[in-house]
Design a protein around this ligand. Structure first.
Ligand code: EPS
Length: 366
C-alpha cells in the first residue's frame, strides 16, 4: 500500500536510486496558493547532506509540479509532484546487494517479494519521506490558513540525552531540532564521537499541533489517535508512538490523569488533545521513537541470499541517528492526518457548526 488518507489522499512512488521520487495528492481543495519554491524550506529541514551529523548524500530536492496547479493555485484535480534523484551512488551497495543487513528491511522485502532493489535500500529508503514532507507543505498551508492550526516538532531525546529545557525558539537554530540551545555543543560532541565509532543511536521526536478545533476524528475505527499512530509508525525506523502521556498512563491514577476543565481552560493535557478518538481542542501531542539505524560499518553476522553465513559491513553515506532529521517528517505525517480528518469532519459534520460550551485549550502539554 503506497496510498495514505481518505479524502486528502497521498500516493508516493519511487526508489532511492531510481530516476525520481514523486507523489500524487488526490482530493486537495481548490484555491490553495502553491508554487514550487513553497516546498524548499521543509525539504531542506529534512534533507541529508546539510550538516555533518546526517548522511553526506546531497540531493537538490527541487520540486516539479506536474499537474493540479494552474495560475499558482490548486485546481482540485490531482496534484503530481516530482523530485529527480541527483546524487545516488549505487556502487556503495554492490558489496551488500546479495546480503541482508541485520535489523534492516532487506530481509523482509526479499521474503515478501522474492526480489528487491538493493540500490540505496530501494523503496525502503528514508528517501521516500521526502514526498511526505512535500505533500504536507500543502496540508500545513491549508490547515494554517483555514483553521489556524500549527504543527511543530522537536527532538526530545537522543540516546540517553534529554533536553534540560524546552524553548521553541531554539529548535530551528540548530541541526538537531533540539529545544535547549545550551546543550547543542554537548550534542555535537556526542554525535561526532558516535560517528567516529561507526555505531548509531535511537531518538525520540515530539510533535505538537495547536489550534486544532474540537471534533476532528471518527469513532470507532477512524480515531484520530489511531490514525496518527499509524501515520507516524509508517515512517522508516519508527518503533513506538505515544499520544499524550502514552505508556506513562500505566502508572497513573485516574485522579492524576484526567484533565480537569475550568471556565478558563483545561488544567492539564495528559490526554494529548484527544478524547475518544476525537480532538478536544487542546494541543495534540505525539511522541515517536526511532530505532538506531542498521547500516553500520561495524561488522555483524548475517546471511546472504544463498543462505551462507557472511560478515556484513555497510559502507557508504548513512545517518548515525535518523531521528535527527525526523522532526519535519513527523510534522508532515501529523499534518497529513489532520488535513484528512479536517475534510472528513467537514464532509459529515460541516452543518453542525459551533457547539457550546467550548473549553479553552489551556495547558499545552501535560
Ligand atoms: C538511506 C541511506 C542514505 C541516505 C538516505 C536514506 O542513502 P544513500 O546510501 O543512497 O546515500 O542518504 O536518505 C536520503 C537520500 C534522503 O533524502 O533522505 C537509507 O538507507 O534509508
Amino acid at each position: 500500500m503506497n496510498t495514505f488518507g481518505h479524502l486528502f489522499r497521498v500516493t508516493t512512488f519511487g526508489e532511492s536510486h531510481g530516476p525520481a521520487i514523486g507523489c500524487v495528492i488526490d482530493g486537495c481543495p481548490p484555491g490553495i496558493a502553491i508554487a514550487p519554491e513553497d516546498f524548499a524550506a521543509d525539504l531542506a529541514r529534512r534533507a541529508t547532506g546539510r550538516t555533518r551529523h546526517t548522511s553526506a548524500r546531497h540531493e537538490a530536492d527541487e520540486v516539479e509540479i506536474l499537474s493540479g496547479v494552474y495560475d499558482g493555485h490548486s485546481t482540485g484535480t490531482p496534484i503530481a509532484l516530482l523530485i529527480r534523484n541527483t546524487d545516488a551512488r549505487s556502487k556503495d551497495y554492490d558489496a551488500i546487494a546479495r546480503q541482508f543487513r541485520p535489523g534492516h528491511a532487506d530481509y523482509t522485502y526479499w521474503q515478501k517479494y522474492g526480489t528487491r532493489d538493493p540500490r540505496g535500500g530501494g523503496r525502503s529508503s528514508a528517501r521516500e519521506t521526502t514526498m511526505r514532507v512535500a505533500a504536507a507543505v500543502i496540508a500545513k498551508k491549508w490547515l494554517a490558513d483555514r483553521h489556524g492550526v500549527r504543527v511543530r516538532g522537536y527532538l526530545a531525546q537522543i540516546g540517553e540525552v534529554l533536553p534540560r529545557s524546552c524553548d521553541w525558539a531554539a529548535i530551528e537554530s540548530n541541526p538537531f531540532f533540539w529545544p535547549d540551545a545550551a546543550q547543542v555543543p554537548e550534542l555535537e560532541t556526542y554525535m561526532d564521537a558516535l560517528r567516529k565509532s561507526g555505531d548509531s543511536v535511537g531518538a525520540r521526536v515530539t510533535t505538537v499541533a495547536t489550534g486544532v478545533p474540537p471534533g476532528w476524528g471518527e469513532p470507532v475505527y477512524g480515531k484520530l489517535d489511531a490514525d496518527l499512530a499509524a501515520a507516524l509508525m509508517s515512517i522508516n525506523a519508527v518503533k513506538g508512538v505515544e499520544i499524550g502521556d502514552g505508556f506513562a498512563v500505566v502508572m497513573q491514577k485516574g485522579s492524576e490523569h484526567r484533565d480537569e476543565a475550568t471556565a478558563a481552560g483545561f488544567a492539564s493535557n495528559h490526554a494529548g488533545g484527544i478524547l475518544g478518538g476525537i480532538s478536544s481542542g487542546q494541543a495534540i501531542v505525539a511522541s515517536t521513537a526511532f530505532k538506531p539505524t542498521s547500516s553500520l560499518r561495524l561488522p555483524a553476522r548475517g546471511i546472504d541470499v544463498d543462505g551462507n553465513e557472511v560478515e556484513i559491513v555497510t559502507t557508504g553515506r548513512h545517518d548515525p541517528c535518523v531521528g535527527i532529521r525526523a522532526t519535519p517528517i513527523c510534522e508532515a505525517m501529523v499534518a497529513l492526518v489532520l488535513m484528512d480528518h479536517a475534510l472528513r469532519h467537514r464532509a459529515q459534520c460541516g452543518d453542525v457548526g459551533l457547539v457550546a460550551p467550548r473549553i479553552p485549550a489551556g495547558a499545552r502539554a501535560s
